[in-house]
Write a protein that binds this ligand. Structure first.
Ligand code: FAD
Ligand code: UDP
Length: 369
């Protein structure tokens, strides 16, 4: 009999498994995928760590989380600074003096501020949705060229129907600073995320290609308690209805050239280009292999956003009012399950970044172990 069955070998499951083992508990980790690490899984292609389930840049202001995760990997100095491509015109992201200079020709922060202030005037009162929030943050020109098309492709919804908090994730700066994140710590684990999660799961029994629901009774019988990190609605067989997710499809290509776009991420912010962005994975590690040699080839991934339907990978919870209410109902059911703990991005239906998932798993460890 195991003390814990952990469903999901993503970061949440891996942190809990590691900590439980450390205090002498016996744990079994299962995952329905053929690989560990959940969405942070990286696969080696021609010496390049390909982020198979989407580009992942670790960033945090939480020193406890940083000290925790750096036990398992050394992080490189990668700083995320995506470029926006609007119909062939390139802009720096996030919104900063380089962006404002290219957009309006302004040179000083004062001129940029005046331009934004003038364009913000059309919004009176508290912004009610993403469109109003965006215009009130950076003005209509930037909204039209760099936000509207990208956001509507990513979320499959009109900007007027999306919550304003989504856009508040992006910094707006009156300085020349292309660092996408306002984070004290940032980087990519040297050797790839998969290696990092392997280190977390060292000495722990992991069964891959194992879907919890296909063997639920038998698996439940193996452990005192279950930590479940899959979608909360799937656990209850969708009996209250399905929560909505956004899914993403990646088209990967190995190219026999050393440099496709000169940057890890280029966002295509117009409405017509069908993909949202192209990731060129080698630039997360400066185009070098493990021995510091230049890599001759490159792997790119075009990212297409789509509405989730049963059978697809659920990537982004849609944290709007309707889904929030349905989640609250599922949460009540979850709280009534005494043997099962629900955690992680899908288990809690929350738009968590990696650091928040680690923090949340560490909180659980403090309470549970
Ligand atoms: P997951 O990694 O989803 O792990 C859940 C695991 O449970 C999966 O392996 C799944 O196969 C398994 N599972 C589910 N159901 C079952 C079942 N029935 N039986 C068995 N196993 C099951 N965060 C950042 O900090 N920086 C970024 O740059 C960033 N970029 C992102 C880009 C994309 C495209 C996406 C989707 C997310 C991004 N994130 C980023 C968020 C990050 O991926 C998550 O915070 C983190 O991976 C969540 O970990 P988790 O363990 O909760 O979930
Ligand atoms: N966004 C945008 N244009 C961009 C990049 C982002 O309008 O070029 C908006 C979009 O609505 C997105 C939000 O900003 O959902 C948050 O972006 P972030 O990169 O944080 O999203 P992630 O893909 O990391 O979850």
């Amino acid at each position: 009999m195991y003390d814990y069955l952990i469903v999901g070998s993503g970061l949440y499951g891996a942190v809990f498994a590691h900590e439980a083992k450390k205090v002498g508990k016996s744990v079994l980790v299962i995952d329905k995928r053929p690989n560990i690490a959940g969405n942070v899984y990286t696969e080696d292609v021609e010496g390049i760590h390909v982020h198979k389930y989407g580009a992942h840049i670790f960033h945090t202001n939480n020193t406890e989380v940083w000290n925790y995760i750096t036990q398992f990997a050394t992080f490189n100095r990668f700083t995320n600074s995506p470029v926006a491509n609007y119909k062939g015109e390139l802009f720096s992201l996030p919104f900063n003096m380089y962006t404002f200079n290219k957009m309006w020709g302004v040179v000083t922060p004062e001129e940029a501020e005046a331009k934004i202030a003038e364009q913000r005037k059309e919004i009176t009162g508290e912004p009610k949705n993403l469109e109003e929030q965006a215009i009130s943050l950076v003005g209509r020109d930037i909204y039209e060229k760099l936000i509207k098309g990208y956001t509507e492709k990513q979320w499959g919804r009109d900007c007027k129907e999306l919550p304003s908090f989504i856009i508040k994730r992006l910094p707006v700066r009156l300085t020349f600073d292309n660092n996408y994140f306002n984070a004290l710590y940032q980087g990519i684990p040297v050797g790839g995320y998969t290696k990092m999660v392997e280190n977390m799961l060292e000495g722990i029994e992991v069964r891959l290609n194992t879907d919890y629901f296909e063997h639920k009774a038998a698996l439940d019988a193996l452990a005192e308690k279950v930590v479940y990190t899959g979608p909360i609605d799937a656990y209850f067989d969708f009996k209250l209805g399905t929560l909505e997710y956004r899914s993403v499809r990646f088209e990967n290509e190995l190219l026999d050239i050393p440099n496709f776009q000169g940057n890890a991420a280029v966002n295509y912010t117009d409405r017509e280009t069908p993909w949202t962005r192209i990731i060129e994975h080698k630039w997360f590690e400066f185009g070098k292999d493990a021995n510091g040699n230049d890599l001759p080839k490159t792997v790119i991934s075009r990212e297409y956003s789509s509405e989730w339907k049963p059978g697809d990978e659920p990537y982004y919870p849609v944290n709007d009012e309707k889904n929030g209410k349905l989640y609250a109902e599922y949460k009540k059911l979850a709280e009534a399950e005494t043997k099962v703990i629900f955690g992680g991005r899908l288990g809690e239906y929350k738009y968590y970044d990696m650091d928040a998932v680690i923090a949340s798993a560490l909180d659980l460890c403090k309470k549970e172990l």
